[in-house]
Structure formats: C-alpha cells, structure tokens
Design a binder for this molecule. Structure first.
Ligand SMILES: [Zn+2]
Length: 301
C-alpha cells in the first residue's frame, strides 16, 4: 500500500470517517463544521471542530498547537486562533498519527515546525516501527522534530512536558502537559465517557492504556484541567473513570478466562457502562478488544 494510502487507511480504521467518500467530497463533510475555541486556563485553549480536540497556547511567544484535525478545516482553525490574538502556529505537536489529529499538518507545517514521537513520523510515512527498512514517502506535514521518551518546551510562561506513553492507544502516543497552567492534553488516551478505541493494529494495547493512565494520574495535581482526544473539557476525574473501567474490564477477563467473556464483563459491572457504548466502539467491540489484548499479553514471551 502506498504510504499516503496507508495513512488514509488508518483514518478509516480509526473510524473517524464514515466512509472513504470523505476524500472524494471533503467539502460536503466539513461544510457545516463550526470551529470554536474554549478557554481552559492561562494561555491555553481547546479548539473544537471535527476530529480530535486541538489544544492551543496563545501568547507573547506566539502559538503552539496540539493536533491539527482535518486539512479542510485548517483555515477555520487559523481564524479561530486569530480571534484569540494569535496567528499561524510556530510549533505543532501531534499526540499520535491518526488522520483526525494530523490531517491539518500540511497547512500548518508551511509556517510552523511539527514535533511528535518518532513512531508518528514513521507511521505517517507509511512505515512500521521496528521493521528494518522502509521506503518512506515524502508526505506533506511530517514531523521534523521527533523524540523517543519526552521533550520539554518553554513557551508562553509554561513548562510544557510532552511525554511518550508506550503501547496504549497506538505505539506512538504522547500527552502534552502544560505544567504552569495545570492543563493536560491527553490525545486519544482519553475518550470522554466513551469506550476507547485501542488501535491494536498500530501497536495499541488495553493494559498499556491502563498503565499509562495510572502513570498520568500519579503525576497530575488534582485540579488539572483535562482536554480529552474526543469529548468536552473535563478534569482528573475523567481519567480516573476511564482507568476504573479499564481495570474492571481487564480484571473480569483475567478472573474468568475460560468463561464467556461477555458474561464475565457483565458480572464485573460493565452493564453500568451502557452509555459508554457508541457507534465506532460499541460494547461488543470493546469486549472483543479487551479479550484480544489480554490474550496477546499472556501469549507474549
Ligand atoms: Zn486516535
């Protein structure tokens, strides 16, 4: 598969697109999307439109953006930033490679520098991390600064830690923690009150997601504002709620590996999570993800 096609395939796999037809008629899909900024704390805003929530720090140092949604929305996103007194971002961080988070990169990379975990660059270029060779494509908007574990940026009065969380939603995720403003952008390590999409085909695992959330909970002050990858602005309690659901799901499968997983999960209380079921990850898909992820973990050497 051509790299560009691979990237687009991952978009569809992420369920962000109702169908591949988005590429033949993007104007229709995005015509009525309203892009709006929500103040979070200090210089930090959340920008909603379609796709993953954007984080933006707007101040005297300029604009730093976390994720870029879709290219057809880029002009509207920039207009929303200009209403806040900013302009084209100097720095664009990507939380992971899915197309609803990096789609606007080609637009914003003309004036800014894109930064991400090294696996984001590899996967956007159509490569698979860990494979010895790859004919990487020159995809517009690729990250030009990559990191393995973490980065610290100093911008608009914040110390901003960009921290890689391994093998959770994918194998290349990072969260972005604005320490002075007490805000964190979770990327798709957090879907607000929804069963999460775990991209197992791209290195994601349920137990990794849980371990990563517990690590984040250990480091965050309780009054941190939380930008989820998808859903409204929230707080630490939303991360706690996701970790609890993951714990219940994994415990149920581990305690009753020989029984029907659906029944085990229901007994464990997953029936209290009916409203977490949504179009792309309904309850049965979620259970299947947990079972597959746990089976792969126990089979690993
Ligand atoms: Zn994603």
């Amino acid at each position: 598969m051509k790299p560009a096609a691979a990237w687009r395939h991952s978009l569809a796999a992420a369920g962000v697109l109702a169908a591949a037809s988005v590429f033949s008629a993007p104007a229709d899909r995005f015509a009525n999307v309203e892009v709006k900024a929500v103040p979070v704390a200090g210089p930090v805003y959340m920008i909603e439109g379609a796709g993953g929530n954007i984080g933006a720090s707007v101040g005297t140092d300029g604009v730093l953006m976390v994720d870029s949604q879709f290219e057809p929305l880029a002009a509207r996103i920039l207009a929303a930033i200009q209403v806040l007194g900013g302009d084209k971002p100097k720095l664009v961080l990507n939380t992971h490679f899915h197309g609803d988070h990096v789609g606007g990169n080609p637009f914003f990379a003309r004036a800014g520098t894109v930064l991400a975990h090294r696996n984001v660059r590899l996967r956007m270029a159509g490569c698979t991390p860990g494979e010895p060779s790859c004919d990487a494509a020159d995809v517009p908007g690729l990250p030009v600064v990559t990191f393995d574990d973490r980065l610290r940026l100093h911008f608009n009065g914040d110390e901003i830690d960009v921290i890689h969380l391994p093998r959770g939603h994918t194998d290349g995720d990072a969260v972005v923690w604005f320490q002075d403003s007490k805000v964190i952008h979770m990327g798709d390590h957090l879907f607000h009150a929804r069963f999460p999409f775990v991209d197992v085909a791209s290195g994601g695992t349920v137990h990794g997601l849980l371990a990563n959330l517990e690590r984040v909970l250990d480091m965050l002050p309780a009054d941190t504002r939380v930008i989820a990858g998808h859903g409204p602005l929230g707080g630490v309690k939303d991360i706690q709620a996701m970790a609890e659901m993951l714990n219940r799901s994994l415990a149920a499968v581990r305690e009753a590996p020989d029984e029907d997983a659906l029944e085990a999960l229901k007994r464990a209380g997953l029936e209290g999570y009916e409203d977490w079921s949504w179009g792309f990850v309904n309850t049965s898909r979620w259970i299947g993800t947990v079972v597959a992820s746990e089976a792969a973990r126990t089979a690993a050497p």
